[in-house]
Every structure is written in structure tokens, then in C-alpha cells.
Design a protein around this ligand. Structure first.
Ligand code: TYD
Ligand code: MG
Length: 454
């Protein structure tokens, strides 16, 4: 018989405890435990004795063409080519970032039936948004509902190809006593949706809010359950938004999609390099352009560094868009191998446009920007800088060099500083003047040989 008892569950990672704890021993977050009613049953596991018809991978049919194209290319690319039938996608992001807008724009042009179930807005509000976005579809159905059994009933009646749940925090299952938004409700609603989606082969797009720590609200185990987790990010003072795959069972996780929020909804940015470089100052010390690979696509980004004297105590090292620890390593290498004295200075590094670089190919650009800011010498703004920096001060080669250089060439860059190791791969390209280096000291001396900014 099912018994219910009270447990305390960490709302961040799902860790369970019999008593309330101030700090989660698993994920170390504070004040995250909430009281939940948990049903327990002590039944023995049953192993079925029926006969099964099993297929080998040869006989199972699956086509890439099965994917449903949304028509929003940036969205499709992040997912690995479109919506996979039978898959569950979690779309996370801060409130007001544009999740509902994105979900509507991406699903309204699908040539099959779509059910948009919302617990956040009324049907009228959805209509007004659709009008603003200029969407009109006879296949797009709206249900303002928070009870999951009613939504699943509507799904059975309609047989849609795609279902949008806006948002999972507002949904609840009748059978459970917990309130909507509690971990148990979020988890159980998601698992029921997963089960139904796999059985009936429709795709579910679940919208989830993000907590202030940047996690999708509710347990982290939600992220483990679903097939794909995509995150919609952006800074409130910029109009562009970045869609990033954090987990993807059906594609790469490196892809990003770039959008711009306009009065009439989200516009795809097909040439992000232009956007990210558009506000670049003509010639300033501490500014360097690098070519970064995001997924399968090269994007040119501006790395900015500001080095200032530290007047008291411990110098500050702050980075935005670049790994703080990597910055500390690079500063140590600059000091030791290239004779750049930064131990008593504040160093600030920023990737312009609010984007995040996660690859080491930007190391040399970061080092160059720091050296340039420290010495107030300008690095020619027609130059892209590429290379990984090792602890010995050596410049290591980077992947996809050809793509990176081609992107720079496309945007009119004239020079490139690249690792020596990459030179042989670039025989065919001629439009850009290449300078190759194999250690950091050489690069820094070459940059600093230019006249000072006066
Ligand atoms: P919304 O999709 O409702 O965000 P979320 O579902 O993530 O909470 O979008 C909210 C913001 O987007 C809101 O501040 C207004 C802005 N917006 C536009 O600028 N243009 C538009 O066409 C739409 C629909 C929204
Ligand atoms: Mg919304």
C-alpha cells in the first residue's frame, strides 16, 4: 500500500533528506531545501515473463528527414537540424528574455498541428502576441490550462506533432498534493510528458524559468530527464539573444543561434560577426579581434582588456565572457615567459557583446589585449589573432584554422597572427597576410614594436 511521508528535497539538485538542512551536501547551495510529500510503496520488482519482439539496429528505421523543420534556421541549427519527433526539449531562460516569443515563432510556421498550452497567459494575450509577431496559422491551437491531465486529453484529441508547455512551473498533476512549481510537481509532470511523447511520437517543447543562480528552476534532475536542454540568454541592455544547447541527445552542444529582439519579435542574425564587431572603436589599446568557433560556425569577436595600476592590496582580476581561471594562468605565463609585469596591476577582460568564449584558441588574443593595454600600444585593427598559449609560453595550433581565417577575410581583415603549427594547413588562402609565431614572447615583442599611442 502506498504511504506518504514528508521529505526535504533540495530544489537545486534534487538531493533528499529526512530533515531540513541549511546547506545541501550535494550541490552546496544554501537554503534550497523545501518540504515535499513523497509517496512510498514497498512493492517487490516484477520481471515480466511475456515474449518480446526485438529489433536489431539494422531493422529499426530512422531518418534524419523525420525531423520537423521550424523554418527558424538558427533555432533548427541549435537543435541539430530541427525538432525530433518523440523528443522532449527544455527551453530555459530568465523571465522576460523572450522564451514564449521564441517558442511561438518557432512553432507557428510548422506545417503540422501544434498545441500551445500555457499557464502563464490567457488565450487573448497569446492572440495579441501572435498579432504582434504577424503569425497566423490554422494549425496552431492554443489552450490556456495548468492541469496536465486536461492538456494530455487535448493532445489525445488533437494528435499534434508539436506541443509547447509554457511553463513547466505552472503545471500540476491532480494526483499529487504538492503545489504547482514544487519539485515533485515539476518532476512528475515532466516525466509524464516524456512518457507520452515517446509513446505517441510528438515533440514537446517545455519552457522553464531560470533561478537567479542561472539554473533552470526546479531540480537539476529535470535536465537529466529531458533529451535536449537549450538556454536562451541575453543581457537586458542588449537587444540580441543567444540560444545555446547545453545538452543534446540529437546533435552537438556547441551550436549557438543568434537573434535580435525587435518590436515585431525575434529576428535571426545570420552574420553574427558583423553584429559583434559593429560597435568596435577604431583604434584603442587593449582591443583585439579573434575568430572563435561556435559549433560549426566561426564568429569574430572582440577581446577587450584594461590594465590599471592597483593602488591597494590585492590586485583585481575580473573577466566577463572568459574563464577566470584561464585568465589567471595566462597572466602567470605573460609574467614569466614574456616579461609582461602584471602582478601588481588590476586586469579586466571582457568579450564585447556579452558573448562567452569557451575555447583556448582565444588565449593569444587575450594575452595580446592585456599586453596592449598595459603598454598603451595599439594593435592594428585589421588583424585577427589566434592561438592557444601553453604554460611554457609556446603557441599551440588551433582547430578549424581555415574556417576562422575565411570568416576574417570575409569581413575585410588584412592580417592574421597564427600559430606556426597551423601554417601548412593554410597554403590555399592568399587574401590575408599571415604571420606565424611559436612563442608568446615573440608575439608580444612584435606587437609592442609598434609606436606608442600618443
Ligand atoms: P516573452 O517572450 O514574453 O518572454 P518570456 O516568455 O521569456 O518571459 O518576451 C518578453 C519581452 O520581449 C517583453 O519585455 C517584450 C519583449 N518583446 C519585444 O520586444 N517584441 C516583441 O515582438 C515581443 C513579442 C516581445
Ligand atoms: Mg513567457
Amino acid at each position: 500500500m502506498a504511504k506518504s511521508k514528508i521529505k526535504y528535497i533540495c530544489s537545486n539538485c534534487g538531493y533528499e533528506s529526512l530533515r531540513w538542512l541549511g546547506k545541501c551536501p550535494e550541490c552546496e547551495s544554501w537554503n534550497s531545501f523545501t518540504e515535499e510529500i513523497v509517496e512510498t510503496s514497498k512493492r517487490k520488482p516484477v520481471i515480466s515473463k511475456s515474449m518480446y519482439e526485438l529489433n536489431t539496429i539494422e531493422t529499426i528505421s530512422a531518418d534524419e528527414e523525420d525531423r520537423i523543420k521550424t523554418g527558424v534556421k538558427e533555432f533548427d541549427r541549435v537543435l541539430g537540424g530541427g525538432l525530433m519527433p518523440g523528443s522532449v526539449i527544455l527551453l530555459g531562460g530568465d523571465p522576460g528574455i523572450g522564451k514564449s516569443t521564441l517558442a511561438m515563432q518557432a512553432t507557428a510556421n510548422i506545417k503540422q498541428k501544434v498545441l500551445y498550452a500555457t499557464g502563464e497567459e490567457s488565450e487573448k494575450q497569446i492572440k495579441l502576441r501572435a498579432r504582434r509577431l504577424n503569425l497566423n496559422s490554422s494549425e496552431f491551437f492554443v489552450q490556456a490550462e495548468t492541469n496536465l491531465s486536461d492538456i494530455l486529453g487535448a493532445i489525445n484529441q488533437l494528435s499534434p506533432a508539436v506541443v509547447v508547455i509554457d511553463s513547466i512551473q505552472t503545471m500540476y498533476r491532480n494526483e499529487l498534493d504538492n503545489s504547482p512549481g514544487s519539485i515533485t510537481q515539476i518532476r512528475e509532470c515532466t516525466s509524464l510528458l516524456m512518457e507520452e511523447a515517446k509513446k505517441k511520437q510528438y515533440c514537446v517543447l517545455i519552457i522553464g524559468h531560470v533561478t537567479k543562480e542561472g539554473m533552470i528552476a526546479g531540480p537539476k534532475l529535470l535536465e537529466h530527464m529531458v533529451d535536449t536542454v537549450i538556454q536562451f540568454e541575453g543581457e537586458s541592455n542588449y537587444s540580441f539573444r543567444i540560444l545555446r544547447a547545453q545538452k543534446n541527445r540529437f546533435g552537438s552542444t556547441n551550436e549557438i543561434g543568434v537573434f535580435e529582439m525587435h518590436e515585431k519579435g525575434l529576428h535571426e542574425v545570420t552574420n553574427p560577426s558583423e553584429l559583434f564587431l559593429s560597435e568596435r572603436e577604431k583604434q584603442t589599446p587593449g582591443s583585439v579581434v579573434t575568430s572563435s568557433i561556435e559549433g560549426t560556425r566561426p564568429i569574430l569577436l572582440e577581446v577587450q582588456a584594461l590594465v590599471t595600476p592597483s593602488n591597494y592590496g590585492y590586485p583585481q582580476r575580473v573577466s566577463s565572457g572568459f574563464d577566470q581561471r584561464r585568465l589567471s594562468i595566462l597572466l602567470a605565463v605573460l609574467e614569466k615567459r614574456a616579461n609582461i609585469r602584471v602582478s601588481a596591476t588590476n586586469v579586466f577582460v571582457n568579450i564585447a557583446g556579452g558573448i562567452r568564449i569557451t575555447e583556448t584558441a582565444a588565449d593569444l588574443a587575450v594575452c595580446s589585449a592585456i599586453a596592449s593595454s598595459l603598454t598603451e600600444k595599439i594593435i592594428d585593427n585589421q588583424t585577427v589573432i589566434l592561438g592557444e598559449v601553453g604554460l611554457g609560453g609556446e603557441i599551440r595550433s588551433v582547430g578549424h584554422i581555415e574556417k576562422r581565417i575565411q570568416e576574417a577575410e570575409k569581413l575585410g581583415f588584412k592580417n592574421a597572427i597564427i600559430p606556426s603549427g597551423n601554417k601548412k594547413e593554410l597554403k590555399s588562402l592568399s587574401g590575408i597576410a599571415m604571420k606565424t609565431f611559436d612563442n608568446l614572447d615573440q608575439v608580444v615583442r612584435s606587437i609592442l614594436a609598434k609606436p606608442a599611442n600618443s
